[in-house]
Design a protein around this ligand. Structure first.
Ligand code: SF4
Length: 469
């Protein structure tokens, strides 16, 4: 897994969110790009969601389907496996990321691979395993392709290269194409398409993720805008789909609701440009599709999350990215600060659950708890509640910082007596009057407050005194 600007941390090393956030805050381009993109996404999302009067009812329905499925996960996974096998596909089960990467590397060994649409493959470090197995791998989603050329990790679920300028992208593609290219998005897109076309034609194996897996029919559902998934799944002789076990939904009929919610919540589109429903390998008489189809179902910590009834609902996530777009913390620091494939509010919940509190215990605190993420989530995951629960677990496991404990003890002491409270109020009013709104120095942690903000004015008199009058 890669962190800010693509450096790989040692496995199991704690994610230092504060350090990463500080780095991100020092990058003016990143902050401007994030703000512009998030505002654009939010405006588009609000406009297209307003067109659907039954939006809340659809959220309720999707939430109910996901909760129902998670309640019978083993049953639906068995049904899915049977249906894929019935249609000539192969299902592989992987306990963890290494096992899943090993299975795929064995299937693809030494061949040319095109890849598309898979956060899960980032999660399990698939590209590294494929490279060790002698495969030549090309990412084919435009953003992911550019990131591969740059050797960086995605910084947003839907807009993975939002942190880079068009000049940077022009330099990347100029090096790949072997000729200087202007920083014009249309020209650059055309050149990337040209470079990728050759890769598609040469590919022997196509690897994708899955937005949904339909248990009833054994269908892999993929939603996209660029058309590259169509090429990834039809040109190569072998198609391998990699998915977390939580991606299963019961029936094809449920898909209509998810296909209404996903593009609106994700990119503010009424519908995606392409939706592919892939059911098994090519059958006799069919003109396209792969000769071999493999579905790799990976656990990688999901069963433990499923067994945790308080946190289980996080597995309902459909990776739309809407919670990132409204998060004031994400908007300022971007995805790399979270040190994980999954960033923003969903990452702050999912990463600690999948990687443990020792590695990712900082992340649940990377939130203002404003509640916006829970409001927009199309499958109604109560992210603020889950963040609070994880914070409590972190404090239980490693204790609160000494400063916080001392502060809370002092606070309790002051609040325990009306005389002390009145005295403290008078002292605060006096101190605020003496130092003014922009004092030059204050002791920590107040010094951190005044580095970015003015001190708020103190109330002229205690509330209780007003009440008495
Ligand atoms: S938690 Fe909800 S809003 Fe966030 S990515 Fe998942 S489905 Fe989308």
């Amino acid at each position: 897994m890669k962190t800010p600007r693509g450096a790989a941390p040692e496995p199991g090393r704690p994610i230092d969110f504060v350090r990463n956030a500080r780095l991100a805050l020092g990058d003016p381009f990143l902050r401007a790009a994030l703000r512009a993109t998030m505002v654009r996404f939010r405006d588009r999302q609000a406009a297209v969601i307003a067109e659907v009067p039954e939006w809340q009812a659809l959220r309720d329905y999707a939430c109910a389907v996901k909760r129902h499925t998670l309640g019978r996960l083993d049953q639906y996974l068995e049904q899915l496996e049977a249906q894929v096998a019935l249609r000539g596909g192969h299902v592989h089960w992987a306990r963890d990321g290494a096992e899943a990467a090993g299975i795929i590397a064995r299937l693809a060994r030494g061949r040319r691979v095109v890849k598309s649409k898979s956060m899960t493959s980032e999660e399990i470090g698939l590209n590294e395993a494929l490279a060790s197995a002698g495969c030549e791998v090309t990412e084919t989603d435009l953003g992911e392709y550019l990131l591969q050329l740059a050797g960086e990790a995605p910084s947003h679920l839907i807009a993975p290269i939002v942190h880079r300028s068009k000049e940077f992208i022009a330099a990347l593609l100029s090096a790949a194409a072997g000729r200087p290219l202007p920083a014009e998005p249309e020209r650059l897109t055309a050149v990337a398409r040209e470079l990728l076309r050759r890769r598609f034609l040469e590919a022997e194996v196509g690897i994708t993720g899955a937005n949904f897996l339909v248990a009833e029919t054994g269908t892999v559902v993929l939603v996209e805008n660029e058309g590259n998934i169509r090429l990834t799944t039809t040109i190569p002789r072998v198609h391998i789909a990699l998915a977390g076990v939580e991606k299963v939904i019961p029936r094809l009929a449920d898909l209509a609701v998810f296909l209404t919610l996903l593009p609106r919540a994700a990119t503010g589109q009424r519908m995606s440009s392409y939706v592919s429903l892939l059911t098994g390998p090519r059958r006799s008489g069919e003109r396209d599709g792969p000769e071999e189809f493999h579905l790799v179902l990976v656990d990688n910590g999901r069963t433990a999350v499923h067994g945790d009834e308080t946190m289980r609902e996080v597995l309902a996530c459909i990776r739309c990215g809407a919670c990132l777009d409204v998060c004031p913390v994400f908007e300022r620091v971007g995805g790399h600060a979270y040190g994980s494939v999954y960033s923003g509010p969903i990452g702050a919940v999912l990463t600690p659950l999948l990687q443990g509190l020792t590695v990712a215990g900082d992340l649940p605190f990377a939130s203002s708890l404003c509640g916006a993420c829970g409001e927009v989530c199309p499958v109604k995951i109560d992210l603020p509640r889950l963040l609070l629960e994880l914070r409590a677990r972190v404090v239980r496991s490693r204790g609160a910082p000494l400063g916080e404990r001392l502060f809370l003890r002092a606070w309790t002491w002051v609040m325990g007596s009306a005389v002390r409270l009145t005295l403290a109020g008078s002292l605060v009013r006096l101190a605020r009057g003496l130092v003014g709104p922009r004092p030059r120095w204050l002791p920590a942690p107040l010094s951190r407050w005044i580095a970015f903000r003015d001190l708020p004015p103190a109330a002229p008199a205690a509330f209780r005194r007003g009440r008495r009058r």
